[in-house]
Design a protein around this ligand. Structure first.
Ligand code: HEC
Ligand code: HEC
Length: 286
């Protein structure tokens, strides 16, 4: 448990400044993001409305204002809604558990129309991003990933458990749009990254890295870290190494605290109880 708490503390120390600097306007000014316009906007909105009424309004309310079963969606923007629906997180079967990735219930056009309908109800939020990967630098993208994403999603993108039964999902098979949406909107327990933390160019790079190099590992076997060269790979070694040391230190600290507490309560220790293995035997019995 100490390790988990430590990991969470480490993550929050590392990422809280990012969350703090992420202003609503900042996430909108990205050059790679542009509103995706449907050919027939009016028809899309009416389809979106029908699908929303049938599949979402029971929890989110008839005008997306929220209810006891689901949060307010007004002002969220099409990008957030698109991410939650396209990754199969919504509609949710059980509101009590963390949404998990499952096959999306709706096709692309249906998903977009739901997103546009919700966005049309109130201004604000992020439009569905359009990502152009021409000219992206995946080596640079790897550095961005190692620094900002690997602590939760792991350096291979396989995902990992976080505290309290939550987990950072695997990134295998995510689309470019989903990566951009996740980075800029920060779903669930993921922090939102503003353009100050990850610039529009860096976003393009990291999207390129995640969608091309995590999805299609180029070198089978071993941990190649994308084969982007010794500097970046050494950096990851350093980052992971330091992180592990911190976690071990936190874990040892936690153990010592518990053992100290035990040491004072002689009445609670079993007769002839041995000192906990691995600790220096204390002379506790007069
Ligand atoms: C069974 C109830 C339920 C249904 C049905 C449902 N949702 Fe949700 N929705 C939730 C709950 C609960 C959350 C909060 C989940 C969380 O934060 O872990 C949520 C979260 C969301 C979010 C993220 C909100 C935010 O603040 O980031 C979006 C977007 C969303 N839902 C869209 C939809 C759409 C669109 C549909 C229909 C296709 C839908 N939901 C159907 C219960 C539901
Ligand atoms: C503090 C941990 C954390 C960090 C750091 C983090 N993520 Fe996430 N990420 C999550 C969690 C948790 C979710 C699942 C969201 C939820 O709870 O519903 C997620 C979801 C995602 C998804 C959606 C996956 C899907 O199944 O559709 C993508 C894509 C993603 N993250 C990419 C990134 C990228 C790229 C970065 C770095 C720029 C990053 N994440 C940094 C925790 C994190």
């Amino acid at each position: 448990m100490g390790v988990v708490v430590g990991a969470l503390a480490l993550a929050s120390v590392l990422f809280s400044p990012h969350a703090a600097t992420a202003g609503p306007g900042a996430s909108l000014s990205s050059a790679v993001l542009a509103s995706a316009s449907a050919p027939n906007h009016r028809a899309a909105l009416s389809l979106g409305r029908t699908l929303f009424d049938e599949n979402c309004s029971s929890c989110h309310g008839v005008s997306a204002q929220g209810s006891a079963l689901g949060p307010n969606l007004r002002g969220l923007g099409a990008g957030t809604v698109d991410l939650w629906v396209s990754s199969g997180w919504m509609p949710l079967a059980n509101p009590a558990i963390q949404p998990i990735r499952k096959p999306a219930l709706f096709d692309r056009a249906q998903t977009t129309s739901i997103a546009q309908y919700v966005a049309s109800l109130a201004p604000g939020g992020l439009p569905i991003p359009k990502v152009d990967l021409a000219g992206a630098n995946s080596a640079e993208g790897f550095s961005v990933f190692a620094l900002n994403c690997a602590p939760c999603h792991t350096v291979t993108g396989a995902g990992d458990a976080l505290a309290d039964g939550l987990s950072a999902p695997s990134l295998h098979g995510v689309t470019a749009t989903q990566v951009a949406e996740a980075v800029r909107t920060g779903p669930g327990n993921m922090p939102r990254f503003s353009t100050f933390t990850i610039s529009p160019t860096q976003l393009t790079d990291v999207v390129d890295y995640v969608t091309k190099h995590i999805e299609h590992p180029s070198s089978p076997g071993g941990l190649s870290l994308g084969g982007v060269g010794p500097v970046a790979e050494g950096f990851v070694g350093l980052f992971v190494g330091v992180g592990v040391c911190v976690l071990i230190a936190l874990w040892i600290g936690d153990r010592n605290e518990r053992e100290d507490t035990d040491g004072h309560g002689d009445a609670h220790s079993p007769p002839g109880g041995e000192p906990p293995s691995g600790s220096e035997p204390e002379v506790a019995h007069a």
